[in-house]
Design a protein around this ligand. Sequence first.
Ligand SMILES: [Zn+2]
Ligand SMILES: [Zn+2]
Length: 414
Amino acid sequence: MPEPLQAPKGTRDVLPPESDRWQSLVARFATACGAAGYGLIQSPVFEDAAVFHRVGESTDVVRKEMYVFEDRAGRKLALRPEGTAGVVRAYVQHRPPTPWKVWYAAPNFRYEAPQAGRYRQHHQLGIEVLGTDDPDLDVEVISIASDLYRGIGLTKYTLLLNSLGDDECRPAYNQSLTDFLLPRRDDLCDEHKERAAENPMRVLDCKKKACRDATREAPRITDHLCEACKAHFERVQEGLSALEIDFVIEPRLARGLDYYTRTTFEFQHHEIEASQSAIGGGGRYDKLAAELGGSPTPGIGFGSGIERILLAADAEGVFATPEARVDVFVIDVVGGAHARDITAELRRAGIKADRAFDGRSMKSQMKQADKTGARLAIIVGEDEAAAGEVTIRDLSSSEQRRVSRTDLLEELRP
Ligand SMILES: [Zn+2]
Ligand SMILES: [Zn+2]
């Protein structure tokens, strides 16, 4: 016999009943996005590798963790390591009317050391909007994320907020930060000793103690914003306060990707391990469309890992796996044709129904009914079949009554 094969290292199967929770999370997100005028985007799982190289050349995600391969025609492709670049590529390609508001639920791929909660294929919910730099949109995007977390019962997290400035004010800030860092280079962590000048803001975002300590007195971007960036940032804060969304300003927050401008944010959960405490985040990327060859178009988005959200839900003991997959379980011990017909009739009427197969005993079918979490069993035995009736049994109270088969649907309607 051949050896059974396994899922690739760093990946996992999501099976029922765990996947019921996934489905319900994605459904909530889809409903929330639909209610705010967002449409679904399905972009390819792989893109021309240049899409990601152009926007993240100096990031670890692109340099070290991307799955890059050649197809049979020699095209250099990459599995999507994050959600935004492909969506912006699609925007540039199709030039839809703006504001263009889209959402997605899709996998990302990163070749990184597998550990709990980190997978080589992980799944993300996200939204992206292109075509306006109105700060009220930043508030809308953040509030959709925040409402999703609140809606499933999460409370133990903090929203960190920052502005990274723009071409007007960031170069001068970067210079003063570099001037601050260079004389202190020996105090930084090993990685940043070498690379401090490449992207000085990333040193501030470094989680290593050496970098933290050495940058305690470093200049803060929030003190160096130009008038336009300052006004934008203030309007965002005002909006969040108006919507009663708590936040903390964190001038160190830069996030991993190069393309952010102005508003940047991250939701950090308090009860999951620090290296993966970010349950979601995002920001503005007003230069990204131009970097991908489009006309300059402001944009903003956020992404949130499904695995991380569920880890946080487990840590807080909220958003449990739904207990029942069906409402009604049909038990037929006279051959199965009744079960076949009744389940079809109920499903067509919008009632979730399931049944047993293979002509099992009454006892075995009852057991199966209990396992599904169904509230009601519809039982068809010899007596019922002969009388043209069925028994409706409440599976929690064990109360039951016989009704005419033709009245069944009417009887089940609330
Ligand atoms: Zn560092
Ligand atoms: Zn500015």
